[in-house]
Design a protein around this ligand. Sequence first.
Ligand SMILES: Cc1ncc(COP(=O)(O)O)c(C=O)c1O
Length: 411
Amino acid sequence: MQSKPNLNTPDKSFVAENDALLEAVRHLIEQVPSDPALAFDTLPTYLPDTGAGERELLPDLAALVLGGAHRLDNELSFAHMDPPTPWLTWAMTLWNARLNQNLLHPATAPMARKIEERTIAWLAPFFGMDGGHMVPGSTVANLTALWAARELRGVDEVVAPDTAHVSVEKSARLLGLRFRPLPTDGQGRLLPDAVAGLDRACLVLVAGATSTGVIDPLHLSGSAAWTHVDAAWAGPLRLSKKYAGTLDGIELADSVAVSAHKWLFQPKESALVFFRDAAMAHSALSFGGPYLAAPNIGLLGSHGATAVPLFATLLAWGRDGLASRLDTCMAAAEKFAAFVEEDPRLELLGHPETGVVVWRPRNKTVDQLSAALPVGLASKTTVAGTQWLRCVAANPSANVDAIIDAIQTVI
Ligand SMILES: Cc1ncc(COP(=O)(O)O)c(C=O)c1O
């Protein structure tokens, strides 16, 4: 016989067991055995009927989830556009999970909605934009911006450098728009002479190409029916007094995408889509519904409070604190590039414009060297048809001397 649901007693799984929660946090801070007690391979392949219990499971989960993970704050972590996250964002994410607010419903997420609005208001002016909203990644930011271009300017084509992120062509296809890739130079930068016939086109310019980090000629912003700048990676440089000028021209765009989970050091999934005229863009992307007290703007339905960790980070660090981390990352990339340039056994593709260093060995294949390097030190990419190694300065704790030593021992 099935037991009767108990309707009036709080379910203990939804009430804080203080010391258990603190134990979970302790696992975050303390070293976790890298050899999980609960081996992944011994887990059932079917969903168990009986649960193991939260408290009982916590040490095993810690060993499995934390112990089995690669650490992005490791001093050799230098391979991808994925940064480590400041501890304040761990705390805010825990609070977010506990509250589980949905910004779709103003009455139950009043502060979270205000926090997102204020965060957007702080950041948008750096890009010459007047507003926008948060999305789970620049893939969605790009899609949202191209959707606005189609609704507001009737564009029938998306034109982008042939090195643009896959999300640009994906978005064009989803929106039923033609996709026209334009030629680029040997480092993946759009060739300005190739840009023509944009009366009914959305021109996408990239600030920080995925493979090489180069910046397209952003002064071309405004030369199409709509210009979108995909600044997923390099957008935050706009907040650095030293490097802001490298993105000059971005302020002439109609929309801008920035991934906060890249160079704003946020947990995934956190990104922003900005518009030069956000009221107009948002009204073109707004829907109502009988159960909605406020318009549903953009692609998402339920929309979590990812602004909270970003807001907290910006408030704790200020513009200067963020800029100093970005400047540290840029200095690391420049120091590493100088090492590559000076070593006769290595070849550098070009000066790292936005913290991405593309390089390779002269005396080995890229695959050979990549296999010999510590995991997470470099990734592989293809530029203009040939293979290269790619280092990305997303980690302010990267130790360039230790990275160079690791390369010296295997080269
Ligand atoms: C230039 C560029 N645009 C868009 C994206 C997609 O961003 P996300 O991973 O935040 O969806 C990336 C990801 O690396 C990127 O490098």
